[in-house]
Structure formats: structure tokens, C-alpha cells
Design a protein around this ligand. Structure first.
Ligand code: UDP
Length: 412
């Protein structure tokens, strides 16, 4: 099958620790897994660097096309809306010559451009939203920086798409609330690279007796402040946070400044380490160095960090939101904290710091769960069955690297 992935503001070639986050991991790893299954994948992303080649062939076998739309420099995800018309026009022209069997769009803006371009050629579009405007508005209220039209467009996209993929059961419920018929929604979770995120291997040095590790883009809704506020009740423990601004800029970053201020106010600044953006390949060493991995976002469509922690055999303490309701099993692989208060976080973390057997038991259960359910090959299989529902006539064809099509099964 010839698949066009559209990921307008997140390139699969970027590093996820800065602004790209989980969507980068998702698009790159899913594309690679689909190629391993014999499909041909091209990822379309906005050109944000004047020196980058228009087409790049990756080592994983998929191709990246850099779409000229707007200035060739990085733009915030809320700033690319005016360039979607240009982006969509490029896709429409490109697909007239090189027509994919199916388009898989990631995030609402990609979906908007993809829907317009695909309709001209009658190509089915599958959408993964990654995050929903309704949820963001609920949590951020007036501080929501998304374009005002986002929620309206998401409803329109969701009702027009051939199929919608939710990454968690929670997101599926949200989509139903938006008016998407249940039969047009499938849940295909995100996965984890089990060859990189594994219990065996080197680990980062630590400075205190205990270590809590947290990671993600350094934005307020990730709730890292809750982890900082819990520290006074967790003696002999350091909190290490990866993510956010790049390298030396970390001290200028607004959220890191806020977190440092909170750490000073709580008298724990010497035990909080903000690492800034860590390359994805260096992340497993950090997970392995921790006693507990802590995730306390306000909301989270999926949440790669808990899953990566589980794959490294670490217990996870997390807020009971989004994808974590599927990936983490309370009292088996980790602990849910509710309500999200510092004392509740400390109460959940403390037994794990004090009891190595509990850590190992929950870590082992998490590892078992991550490795048996969340490999990218499994996720690719779930995604392909959604493709089959969206495009029954086309999904049965596996295209090898040489491009010759051969039917492998009758699609259902
Ligand atoms: N990440 C990374 N370096 C960092 C911080 C995070 O590579 O310094 C990766 C992390 O390993 C995970 C992703 O970024 O794969 C974050 O995904 P998540 O779903 O937790 O959050 P998102 O950023 O998508 O909201």
C-alpha cells in the first residue's frame, strides 16, 4: 500500500525533546514499522530550514518530502495556519502525479490541508488528532493560544474523514462527544521502541540516594511543578526533568524559570535538576537511573513517557488522565494520583522509594505490559486494520521497496 503521512508542523527528522514531542516519535516510528511490513510511506512536513533537501530518504526506508509553505524557518504550531492553503495546494499537485492509496494526517492542521488535497483525487483520509482543541480549551480556558477556529475545524475534519484513530479510549470518548460516529473511530495506541527502551544497558549517574525522573516538553500543562512541590516530603531524593528549551537556553525558558522559582520557594532547589532537551537516544539511560518515573500532566492524549518508563522496567506514578488510563494499571505497574496534590504525589512515591521489592515487582509488571502490548509492530497492525476499514479496496496491497504491487490478502 502507498501511504502518505501528513505531519505539517512536526518533522519525523526532528528530535522530540524540544518542541516536537510525542508526535515526532509517533510519525517516525509508525512510518518505519509500516515500511517493515512491506508498505511504501512518504511523510509530508513543512519545510522549516532553507538548507534542507526537498526529499530525504531515511535509513528506516520511508521518504520525507519538505513542503514549501510559509517561511523556511521554525514556526510555532499555532502560527502555521495561514500557510495551510499553500501546503494543501502542494499536496494536491504532488498527489496528481504520485497518488497515494491512503492519506494518514496527524494533528488537525495537517488534516485540514490533507482533506482538501485528497478530496480532489478521491483518496481516503485517516486522521490521528494527537490532541483535541475541546480538551485544551477545557483546561487552559482563556490562556488557550490555539486559533479560535480550531474546535470548529476539528469537528468538520472528524466528521468528513474516512476514519479517525484515537490513541486512547479516553480520546475515543471525547471524539464521540464531538459527534463522530463510534463505528468510524478505532483505537490504535502509540508504541515504544523496545530495542532502545529496555531494562538492560547503561544508566546516568545520580547524586542522591533516590531519584525521580520526569520528562516532556517544558510546558505548564505537563504539571512538573507538582513534582517539585512534592519534594519537601521526599528526603534524600533528587528530581531530574528532561525536556524543553535547547542546551544553554534552558535558563531563559519561561517554564524552567517558573519551576526554579517554585523549587527555591520550597527549599528544594538543590535537589531539582532541569536538563533541558535531551536527545531521544540518551533517554533510556535516564529512565534506567530512576527509582520512579513521575508524570503529572493536567491532561494527556496518550503519553509516551510512562510507556518508555515501563519498557525500562520502572514503576510509574501518574495522574489518572488520557492514555495513562490504558497503559498504567493502578497498583500493578504504578500508581494513579488523585487529586493531583503534592501530598498525594509524595504519598504515592514514598513507598516505592522505601521498598526495592515493590519497585521491582511493579517495574517487572510494567515491562511485561509494555513489551507484550505496545511494540510498534503491534501498533502498525492495529493502524493497518483501521486503514482497511477506511479503504477496503486498497489496503490489501503490499508494495515492496521496488514498487511492484502484490496482493497479500483480501481486505475486510
Ligand atoms: N523526549 C526526549 N527528550 C527530552 C524530553 C522528552 O526525547 O528531553 C521524548 C520522550 O522520550 C517522549 C516524547 O519526547 O518520547 C514526549 O512524549 P509525550 O507523549 O510524553 O509528550 P508530548 O510531548 O507528546 O506532549
Amino acid at each position: 500500500m502507498k501511504i502518505a503521512m501528513v505531519s505539517e508542523h512536526v518533522s519525523p527528522l526532528a528530535d522530540p525533546g524540544g518542541g516536537a514531542g510525542g508526535q515526532q516519535v509517533h510519525v517516525a516510528a509508525l512510518s518505519a514499522a509500516l515500511v517493515r511490513r512491506g508498505h511504501r510511506v512518504t511523510v509530508y512536513t513543512r519545510r522549516d530550514d532553507p538548507h534542507i533537501r526537498t526529499e530525504v530518504a531515511t535509513r528506516d526506508g520511508y521518504r520525507v518530502v519538505h513542503v514549501p509553505a510559509g517561511p523556511p524557518r521554525p514556526l510555532g504550531r499555532d502560527q502555521t495556519l495561514p500557510h495551510l492553503g499553500e501546503f494543501g495546494t502542494f499536496l494536491r499537485k504532488h498527489w496528481a502525479i504520485d497518488t497515494p492509496d491512503l492519506v494518514h494526517a496527524h494533528f488537525w492542521m495537517s488534516a485540514l490541508a490533507a482533506e482538501l488535497a485528497a478530496r480532489a483525487h478521491d483518496i481516503p483520509v485517516v486522521v490521528t488528532f494527537h490532541a483535541l482543541g475541546t480538551v485544551k480549551r477545557r483546561h487552559h480556558g482563556l490562556a488557550d493560544t490555539s486559533p479560535r477556529s480550531r474546535i470548529r475545524f476539528e469537528r468538520l475534519i472528524a466528521t468528513r474523514a474516512a476514519h479517525v484513530l484515537a490513541t486512547s479510549a479516553d480520546e475515543a470518548v471525547e471524539l464521540v462527544r464531538m459527534g463522530v460516529p463510534r463505528f468510524r473511530i478505532s483505537v490504535a495506541p502509540c508504541g515504544v521502541d523496545l530495542t532502545a527502551f529496555r531494562p538492560e544497558g547503561g544508566m546516568a549517574d545520580r547524586k542522591a540516594r533516590h531519584r525521580i525522573f520526569a520528562a516532556g516538553r517544558l510546558v505548564r500543562r505537563k504539571g512538573f511543578d507538582l513534582a517539585v512541590r512534592a519534594l519537601p516530603d521526599l528526603p534524600d531524593t533528587e528530581l531530574v526533568i528532561a525536556g524543553g528549551a535547547v542546551g544553554d537556553d534552558v535558563d531563559d525558558d519561561a517554564e524552567s524559570k517558573r519551576l526554579r522559582r517554585i523549587a527555591v520557594e520550597h527549599g528544594v532547589h538543590e535537589r531539582v535538576r532541569l536538563l533541558g532537551q535531551v536527545s531521544h537516544s540518551a533517554m533510556p539511560r535516564l529512565y534506567r537511573s530512576a527509582d520512579v518515573v513521575l508524570c503529572t500532566p493536567w491532561y494527556e492524549p496518550f503519553g509516551f513517557v510512562p510507556l518508555e518508563a515501563m519498557a525500562c522496567r520502572k514503576p510509574v506514578v501518574t495522574t489518572a488522565v488520557g492514555g495513562m488510563l490504558d497503559t498504567v494499571v493502578d497498583g500493578v505497574t504504578g500508581k494513579f494520583v488523585a487529586p493531583p496534590e503534592p501530598e498525594v504525589v509524595a504519598r504515592a512515591v514514598r513507598p516505592l522509594l522505601e521498598d526495592a521489592t515493590l519497585r521491582e515487582t511493579w517495574g517487572a509488571a510494567g515491562y511485561q505490559r509494555a513489551s507484550s502490548r505496545y511494540s510498534w509492530d503491534r501498533v502498525a497492525a492495529a493502524t493497518l486494520s483501521a486503514y482497511r476499514r477506511a479503504a477496503p479496496a486498497r489496503a490489501s496491497v503490499v508494495t515492496d521497496a521496488g514498487g511492484s504491487g502484490r496482493a497479500i490478502a483480501t481486505a475486510r
